[in-house]
Ligand binder design. Structure first.
Ligand code: NAD
Length: 460
């Protein structure tokens, strides 16, 4: 390229100070909201073309969630961005101390393909709210959506402020060689490691929103039919291609048959006799993922589904039982419409199995017993927890959303998102009319005297 790297062009704009006033940020969020409405038809059509998402799904799980983030940030921004007063120690008195939330500068946001609008633009809302410039790199695996989002971004923002760059791994790698002030990555654990290694070169702070196998535990005391309905809703939306979808279920053996029957009946109600003809049921993103998923089918006994059609990238909602814990479907993140169901006799057994695995993004527990809830929370780690439901903990802006360990680091949504793109700058301003001499050498106070004084005075 014969011109400055992308990050440098945006940094020049950042240093004009234009993005700092809250008024500017609010105006840009309003522009984004309007652009989402203006480009709604193109975005929904692209989501349908890439992933078979119905307009309802596209609105509910993509555009609508971004609008919710914009609304929440707009209402809260003045409070989030306000300096927070802090106490100062007596020996610097008179002085004022405060925390000044400051934008990092230029943020790089790398998105995945499964919710290609929401997972690119929700972090953008946070980046803008915090006063940053941003470079977006949509996923190449949802190419129509990448193009539609890029068109919308071009239409909405000055390209010195927010810009979108399309392309695959090579383009992402080239961007990662540049110096950004913050990197926000959503995608696989494998690529997350590469992103963090690249960020280390410039010591750029990262938020990593990664994947993993989210378990659901269904205890014998749970309302089994309700658990079945909620689990299949979260599992089979977007044909199972959801980072927080329950990946597999551990169910108390005595409840297993009732649970499986209830899941079958819920799936029948949701998608009818032929899910291939149901507008609410999605498609697998591409041939490679289709083949990867079909290879899991022999890993257990198919008690529902299994039907697939490569030409149409369709895999029916599938339930597997009798799956050995060592099977491939229990090792890798499934990320598709296949749900292994394993029975346990004692909760201990289930918890031991989970403790041996990488930390998941979400943990789902169905029980009416608070003691069981406390035990599971204490013994199994995860990014987030949802008791008696799935997925719902990440909808909306009130709770921070993020992983831990192999499922990521940092969080966003609402205030957590603002903070993910904010440096909490400590500021102390001292008065000049008083300058107590005791800290300056040569020291007149003995060591014992100093310790006595510290005991009295530094308690605060
Ligand atoms: P991915 O890691 O393959 O790709 C994500 C992004 O990284 C894309 O923009 C891609 O172009 C880029 N990329 C690919 N190779 C790269 C490389 N070598 N260097 C730099 N960048 C590279 O992930 P995906 O397949 O798009 O998404 C699926 C994964 O994302 C699943 O593991 C899923 O669980 C996870 N995910 C997590 C969340 C979350 O919020 N935690 C949300 C959605 C998806």
């Amino acid at each position: 390229m014969g011109f400055a790297p992308t990050s440098e062009r945006l940094r020049a704009f950042f240093y004009t100070g234009a993005t700092r006033p809250v008024q500017f940020r609010l105006a840009q969020l309003a522009r984004l909201s309007v652009a989402l409405e203006r480009h709604e038809a193109a975005l929904l059509a692209a989501l349908h073309a890439d992933l078979g998402k119905s307009p309802f799904q596209g609105c509910a799980t993509e555009l609508g969630l971004v609008q919710m983030e914009i609304g929440h940030a707009t209402r809260s921004l003045r409070r989030w961005a306000a300096p927070r007063k802090s106490r100062t120690p007596w020996f610097v008195a008179p002085a004022r101390g405060w925390v000044q939330p400051e934008p990092f500068g230029v943020a790089l946001i790398l998105g995945p393909w499964n919710y290609p609008v929401q997972l690119l633009l929700s972090p953008l809302v946070s980046a803008i709210a915090a006063g940053n410039c941003a470079v977006l790199k949509p996923s190449e695996l949802a190419p129509r959506t990448a193009e539609a989002v890029t068109g919308m971004i071009r239409d909405c923002f000055d390209e010195q402020f927010v810009t979108a760059v399309n392309g695959g791994a090579g383009v992402a790698e080239a961007l990662l060689r540049e110096r950004f002030d913050k990197i926000f990555f959503t995608g696989s654990t494998r690529v997350g490691r590469l992103v963090m290694a690249a960020a280390a070169k410039h010591l750029t702070p990262v938020t990593l929103e990664l994947g993993g196998k989210c378990p659901a535990i269904v205890c014998a005391d749970a309302p089994v039919e309700l658990a079945a309905r909620r689990i299949v809703w979260g599992k089979f939306m977007n044909a199972g291609q959801t980072c927080v979808a329950p990946d597999f279920v551990l169910v108390a053996r005595e409840a297993r048959d009732r649970f499986v029957t209830a899941m079958k009946s819920a799936l029948q109600n949701f998608y009818g006799d032929d899910p291939a003809r149901c507008v609410d049921y999605g498609r697998i993103v591409n041939q490679q993922h289709f083949e990867r998923l079909v290879n899991y089918l022999p890993d257990g006994k198919i008690v529902l589904g299994g039907r697939n059609d490569a030409g149409n990238l369709f895999i029916a909602p599938t339930i597997l039982t009798d799956v050995p814990p060592g099977a491939a479907v229990m090792q890798e993140e499934i990320f598709g419409p296949i749900l292994p169901v394993l029975a346990f006799d004692q909760l201990d057994e289930a918890l031991a199995l989970l403790r041996d695995r990488p930390t998941p993004l979400a943990l789902y527990l169905f029980t009416g017993d608070r003691a069981t809830e406390g035990r599971v929370m204490a013994e199994v780690r995860s990014g987030g927890v949802c008791v008696n439901d799935v997925v719902s903990h990440m909808i909306g802006s009130a709770l921070p959303f993020g992983g831990l360990g192999a499922s990521g680091m940092g969080a966003y949504h609402g205030r957590a998102g603002f903070e993910a793109f904010t440096h909490q700058r400590a500021v102390l301003r001292r008065a000049t009319w008083l300058d107590l001499p005791f800290r300056y050498p040569p020291q007149k106070l003995s060591l014992a005297g100093l310790k006595r004084a510290m005991r009295f005075l530094l308690g605060d």
